[in-house]
Write a protein that binds this ligand. Structure first.
Ligand SMILES: [Fe+2]
Ligand SMILES: [Fe+2]
Length: 196
């Protein structure tokens, strides 16, 4: 591995920034509403939720739950209550984002009567997710940087480098290229290139 490769801790922070950019854009789109472009609107909202389901949920969280959390729990057992709460968030996260995808579809297909349910659930989800990432960054990562051995850190570096989020500097798999183009081209700044 080249020494210029980022550490696992840096990758975690970068991936958090990518997810929070998506979440903040999602909030902005909620405020704005579909206006006179419902097709484009629902298309990009769907792409954002799909991205969260696909990358953070399927790759970032499992690496944290299976590798990072157990190492921190061993090295700093006083953090167990925090780790338990974060682990619980991971368990809930996938269900929550799937639930949101359903609520979005209900709004798109059934119309305005289902809008509020999606908006409320999405706002709550964004809060939940931002809190989760903040907690990891403030309560866990500094402790991990202090307490973990070099060999633990090397093991984490290798695992996190293998599956980096394509929105956070990872390799763009061809199959997902269209998804990212879609999110980036149609999402308002700061994440995307779409009109403000
Ligand atoms: Fe996490
Ligand atoms: Fe995380």
């Amino acid at each position: 591995m080249s020494q210029h490769q980022p550490s696992a801790f840096q990758i975690i922070r970068d991936e958090h920034s990518a997810v929070s950019a998506v979440l903040r854009s999602l909030l902005r789109m909620l405020e704005r509403g579909p206006a006179d472009e419902p097709m484009r609107y629902f298309d990009v909202m769907r792409a954002m939720l799909f991205y969260i389901d696909e990358f953070p949920e399927q790759r970032h969280h499992p690496n944290e739950s299976n590798l990072l959390f157990p190492k921190i729990a061993r090295a700093a057992p006083e953090l167990m209550p925090v780790i338990r709460r974060l682990e619980n968030d991971h368990l809930e996260g996938e269900q929550r984002v799937r639930g949101l995808q359903h609520l979005l579809l209900a709004w798109e297909l059934l119309g305005e009567t289902r809008r509020e349910a999606f908006v409320t659930a999405a706002q709550e989800y964004v809060r939940f997710y931002l809190d989760h990432m903040r907690s990891e960054e403030v309560q866990l990562l500094p402790a991990a940087e202090r307490h973990l051995s070099d060999s633990d850190k090397a093991e984490l570096d290798a695992a996190f480098r293998k599956q980096r989020d394509p929105l956070a500097g990872g390799e763009r798999e061809p199959g997902f290229e269209r998804l990212f183009t879609r999110i980036v081209m149609k999402t308002p700044a700061p994440l995307g290139l779409g009109e403000e």
